[in-house]
Design a protein around this ligand. Structure first.
Ligand code: BYC
Length: 315
């Protein structure tokens, strides 16, 4: 078939909401942009385990510890589904992981901020997972089949993450003065970075136009950010806390909250590798990978033994 005909079939599928599957013909740029986004997403899940992992051994009760362990484990699982999705596009897992380890691959800016107090576990659940889930609900309808299907499962787990974060902050917000202050401090520190998670303004977003045309993205960065602000500006009232933005105000004309200017210099600085924890995150990730070498080697030997046994049985 001619490339033009293949392109027509591909576009027809996109127009008719038929998922693109791994064996389907697809334009090179569509493949590349999916590999870019899905691998960045996978890296974000895995690096995202670090700020929370930091508090597992210091959780204030057995219940909170069990919840946090389960959540961090879920994030690792999300990374695995996503690496598998990206692999269906023809890239190897080793290559993706190596790109992360050498600092070539991007992952979400948010995970380059430190988790300084126990309240940060609540703020990450409520704000970070809250921002992530809005984006990921949209991605359940993304045009690439394996990515969309991974998202459905991830969203189910992510909504539990967000609720547990909110509940944890709710307890602190009704606690002692010290706990209330800790809760407010965590919200103050995580609010602006969580708005940056949605990416640059639409006017600065280099990939959005094409990704919207291919239905990889269904909403723009600014649309999702506004949706998030409108949601959180209401939920914060239940906590009796405030958001650190004196320009945050309901606008009757637009039916949305107005908000202050995001510090885009800070965002790009973090994306370029100069955030408070970028270096620390990559050192920790490389160390975990090196120390896990024996596990991967043992798993390979075990898999080979199992296969041999199956072959012997079948013979
Ligand atoms: N951080 O053209 P744009 C989680 C980059 S983890 C760093 O708008 P796009 C969790 C962008 O890559 C969930 N870089 O890009 C885990 C691009 O650079 P390249 C994380 C960013 O792709 C553990 C450039 O800026 N979620 O839930 O159209 C614990 C221009 O941007 C960021 C995902 O990964 C950023 N924030 O849109 C707790 C969702 N923003 O690649 C929770 C999947 C932008 O051209 N990803 N850049 O060199 C997406 O939906 C999209 O990739 C984005 C950006 C909306 C993030």
């Amino acid at each position: 078939m001619l490339e033009q005909d293949l392109e027509k079939i591909f576009q027809n599928k996109i127009d008719n909401e038929i998922k693109i599957e791994p064996k389907d013909w697809m334009p090179d740029a569509y493949r590349k942009t999916n590999i870019r986004q899905i691998s960045q997403h996978a890296h974000s899940e895995v690096v995202g385990m670090l700020p929370e992992g930091n508090w597992i051994s210091r959780a204030p009760s057995l219940k909170r510890k069990a919840i946090l362990i389960a959540k961090v484990q879920d994030e690792g699982g999300h990374g695995l589904y996503l690496y598998s999705s990206a692999e269906t596009l023809g890239i190897g897992r080793d290559e993706m992981i190596n790109d992360l380890h050498i600092g070539k691959a991007k992952y979400s800016s948010i995970f380059n901020y430190p988790s300084l107090s126990w309240a940060d576990m609540g703020a990450i659940g409520w704000l970070v997972d809250g921002a992530a889930i809005l984006n990921q609900v949209m991605l359940c309808r993304t045009s690439y089949g394996p990515y969309a299907r991974a998202m459905v499962r991830i969203c189910k787990e992510e909504s539990f993450h967000q609720r547990q974060g909110f509940e944890s902050l709710l307890v602190l917000s009704r606690g002692t003065d010290e706990q209330k202050a800790m809760c407010q401090d965590a919200i103050n520190r995580w609010w602006w970075p969580s708005l940056m998670m949605f990416g640059p303004k639409d006017s600065e977003s280099t990939n959005s136009d094409q990704s919207m045309k291919w239905k990889i993205k269904r909403k723009t960065n600014d649309e999702l950010r506004q949706q998030f602000i409108d949601m959180i500006a209401e939920q914060i009232k239940v906590l009796g806390m405030t958001l650190p933005d004196d320009k945050l105000k309901w606008n009757e004309k637009t039916n949305h909250y107005d908000f202050g200017e995001i510090n885009w210099d800070e965002f790009w600085n973090v994306v370029k590798g100069n955030g408070p924890c970028n270096k620390q995150r990559l050192v920790a990730k490389n160390k975990a990978h090196d120390e896990g070498e024996w596990v991967r080697a043992a798993a390979k030997v075990y898999a080979a033994k199992k296969l041999n046994r199956q072959k012997e049985k079948a013979a």
